[in-house]
Design a protein around this ligand. Sequence first.
Ligand code: B1M
Length: 221
Amino acid sequence: MTHDEILKALYDETMVGNAPAVLELTNQGLEDGLTPSQLLFDALIPSLEEVGARFERGDWFVPEMLIAGRAMAGALEVLRPLLAATGAESVGTFLMGTVKGDVHDIGKNLVNIMLEGAGFTVIDLGVQVPPEKFIAAIEEHKPDIVGMSAFLTTTMPMFKANINAIEKAGLRDKVIIMVGGAPVTQEYADVCGADGYAADAATAVRRAKDLLAAKRASASV
Ligand code: B1M
């Protein structure tokens, strides 16, 4: 198979949720010299975007989204060690979770992988994380940055609820807060009182590093 054929097959098999084929094509692509980024950005992510578009049009339903998501998650497990750094000194601690009421985690997991790849220590609280769990984890792990993902317009208000709870617990000035997820915008992040927003995993890493550098610089003057 040519590289284009592998990418096309990976796109197609992810869309129909054929997890064994997705795993095989991911491994085959890597063996044939495709990079993890090509597999992600030229096949896996566009495929899930198309699944979402079909769901939105009413052509496909939740089970189709579910099996496509599972197939993508299997591929991510193969790509994780290739994208994540090995043995690099930690540049900071990032506490991450998908907000209460929301079970989407593929995007969050991808952000985590890219953060690990950039040298962050990532503590992942999983999905459906309520405010009290964020607070307990901030107290326990003392992270530099708290990241929250929301993928539904109905769960985005949890950002503000979490930030209010963090403020009430007296922890707001101890952490940088970043938000993200498919429906989130910079404007929404500003309204919630977050310190940072990013539209995708690569930008999230850059933004995290910039925010941390700015905080450390202001602390040292
Ligand atoms: Co659902 N879902 N889903 N879903 N799902 C979406 C999000 C949706 C956009 C589909 C659509 O209508 N087009 C829509 C939300 C509409 C809206 O509110 N605006 C939707 C819906 C409606 C629902 C349900 C309500 C459906 C129902 O039951 N009727 C339901 C809700 C369940 C719940 O959470 N309570 C539901 C359920 C599910 C499944 C469980 C079946 C499955 C999730 C599987 C899983 O995650 N383990 C699923 C899936 C797979 C999707 C789509 C198809 C794919 C999501 C995905 O993984 N994308 C999605 C459609 C779409 O997004 N196009 C959809 C790939 C991923 C790499 O991208 O998630 O955007 P993304 O992550 C990006 C950025 O957002 C960013 O970086 C990531 C990597 O680049 N980012 C951050 C993420 N977090 C960040 C944090 C940061 C910074 C950047 O800083 C901290």
